[in-house]
Write a protein that binds this ligand. Structure first.
Ligand SMILES: [Zn+2]
Ligand SMILES: [Zn+2]
Length: 353
């Protein structure tokens, strides 16, 4: 039997003939990066390959690394193995990695979503024999509504708060969610402010030529009155910290796929939860995998057991893979899944009474 073209070892996803890694979680000689989220793009490797639009964010997050960037569809050859990047639709610069060697094709999805978010290059299915997929939301309860509906809800909520003289604080991951929120705001409602972490990310993207709506960075000198009628885009790390007190009175909303779960909003002490995700939902995962026409699927992170079982029952050779990829939806997947299970169990008990 032939050795698999990609394998999972202690450092990451490794290609033995090509002698490179994809999204390694330990420092290696040669790293191909799907996207700039911190669990996929880690510090310490000797050289990196990524998409052009990941360049400035990678420099901002990892410092002075040795980085080569390429466009979607461009091919690089390493030790006879062809590598190319294809849009993953997850965040700006995110890519699926296609590997071809002796007629065999593997694709590593990185993180992805199918809906065009109007900010990053939309997902494109790539045909392959083996597909290494995330499945952060690989449970049937996850079903996203069209994003326009969510953006309308956000604007309506902001308009209402502004009418009541309250500030609006919306929390979303700084790379991905923050850009989607910013680009879909109704700017006629009021001013837009950003937390320093988000502004730094936006500045990096602008250096990369990405055009984003204007927003004002919050500093200790920003007058409190400026926040009335305004919306403030803040990262998950700022939720519930004293930093937020300056916006009082304010309404606090949280944007994440996890908001689809009962209790998720309450656990974050948020006034509003908006179900907006940069990952595929259950149907999205199934559609994406079918479109690759692959036979074998490896699942890297998320509800891997549930989803592997479903795929096996539907004719795929499906495997769970152990990786160190985490959760970029501000949910701490493990904790969310456990909380959801216990609440569902409580619900089921209630039903049987
Ligand atoms: Zn990600
Ligand atoms: Zn991920």
């Amino acid at each position: 039997m032939r050795k698999p073209l990609l394998e999972f070892n202690d450092n990451g996803i490794y290609c033995p003939p090509g002698k490179f890694y994809i999204d390694p979680w330990k420092p290696v000689d040669d790293a191909v990066i799907t996207h700039a989220h911190s669990d996929h793009a880690r510090w310490g490797s000797k050289q990196y390959l990524a998409h052009h639009l990941s360049r400035e964010v990678l420099y901002y997050r990892l410092g002075e690394i040795s980085l080569r960037t390429i466009g979607y569809g461009e091919t690089v050859v390493k030790n006879g193995v062809k590598i190319s990047l294809h849009p993953a639709g997850h965040i700006i610069g995110s890519a699926q990695v296609r590997i071809e060697y002796k007629g065999e094709v593997w694709v590593v999805s990185g993180d992805y979503k199918l809906e065009n978010d109007g900010v990053c290059e939309p997902f494109e299915p790539v045909k392959c024999h083996s597909f290494i997929s995330e499945c952060t939301f690989g449970m049937p309860v996850y079903h996203w509504k069209p994003q326009q509906e969510i953006h309308n809800n956000i604007n309506q909520w902001w308009r209402q708060n502004a009418a009541e003289g309250k500030a609006t604080v919306i929390v979303g991951y700084s790379l991905g969610k923050a850009q989607r929120i910013l680009q879909h705001l109704d700017l006629s409602i009021g001013g837009v402010f950003t937390h320093g972490t988000i502004d730094n990310t936006h500045e990096a993207l602008r250096r990369n030529g990405v055009q984003l709506n204007a927003a004002t960075r919050i500093t200790p000198d920003t007058p409190k009155e400026a926040f009335r009628n305004a919306i403030i885009i803040a990262p998950p790390s700022s939720a519930g910290t004293p930093w937020m007190r300056r916006f009082m009175p304010y309404d606090f909303g949280y944007c994440s796929g996890w908001m689809a779960l009962r209790g998720a909003k309450r656990r974050r002490a948020a006034d509003r939860g908006f179900v907006l995700s940069d990952h595929a939902d259950w149907e999205g995962l199934i559609t994406a995998i079918a479109a690759t026409e692959c036979e074998t699927v490896y699942l890297t992170h998320g509800y891997t057991a549930t989803f592997a079982r479903y795929l096996s029952e539907n004719g795929y050779d499906a495997h769970e893979a152990h990786t160190l990829y985490g959760d970029d939806e501000g949910g701490e997947a493990q904790a969310e899944a456990l909380a959801a299970e216990s609440e569902n169990a409580a619900l089921a008990e209630g039903d049987s009474l």
